[in-house]
Design a protein around this ligand. Structure first.
Ligand code: 5GP
Length: 210
């Protein structure tokens, strides 16, 4: 059973381009919220700060962490390895901090299956439409048409995992989406009223996958 003073684990996953990382950054500004900084074997992007956005490590170091059982979860995503180490997460939770995870569906499944003694709330963020997603991906750092097409194909596969999440939130407007997530976290942790329309979400997903 979670202890009242313990923090809550909050996972945000999404297909690439749905705006999840921006949302995690916005949530991290709230009181008592900390982001779990992942390790990755991917190279840093020009705008990324080592040890803040990620701990950038080589495969040898990543394998050492796997063998030492330091990961709460890890997975291969787009040819690179990503993982969340256990100790900082547990320390933060024990100190009453809510921990935010920006991780994919494989990591979310692993954490869910661990059934830890901390409350877990999982969110899947979706774009308003495939057209908007295509536009967002084309405008990102990935000007390469091939990469955009690859990510659009990946989207078709990733979106199917929505069913395993507690909540699906559509990122049409960043501020609105942020407010929805905060409302749902509060409803889950403080018994507030929930602003969530399951049928609407089901219809939206059907449209995205048809
Ligand atoms: P990017 O390379 O664009 O930063 O991230 C690619 C994907 O890897 C994103 O979906 C992101 O959420 C996911 N990711 C980042 N860190 C982790 C992690 O520690 N574990 C898992 N399973 N996925 C992660």
């Amino acid at each position: 059973m979670p202890i009242d003073k313990d923090g809550v684990m909050i996972i945000l996953s999404s297909p690439s381009g749905a705006g999840k990382t921006t949302l995690v950054n916005m949530l991290s500004k709230l009181n008592d919220f900390e982001v779990s900084i992942s390790h990755t074997t991917r190279s840093p992007r020009p705008n990324e700060i080592p040890d803040k956005d990620y701990y950038f490590v080589n495969e040898k170091e990543f394998n050492r962490l796997i063998n030492n059982q330091e990961f709460l979860e890890y997975a291969k995503v787009f040819k690179n390895f990503y993982g969340s180490t256990r100790t900082p997460v547990i320390n933060n939770l024990n100190n009453g901090k809510n921990v935010l995870f920006d991780i994919d569906w494989q990591g979310a499944d692993q954490i869910k299956n661990k059934k830890l003694d901390y409350k877990l709330i999982t969110f899947f963020i979706l774009p308003p439409s495939k057209e908007v997603l295509f536009e967002r991906l084309s405008n990102r750092d990935m000007k390469d048409k091939l990469i955009v097409e690859e990510r659009m194909e990946q989207f078709e596969r990733d979106v199917l995992h929505w069913i395993n999440y507690d909540y699906v939130v559509i990122n049409n407007d960043l501020e609105e989406c942020f407010k929805k997530i905060v409302n749902l976290i509060q409803a889950e942790t403080k018994d507030g009223s929930k602003d969530y329309d399951k049928d609407f979400i089901r219809n939206h997903v059907e449209k995205l996958t048809s």
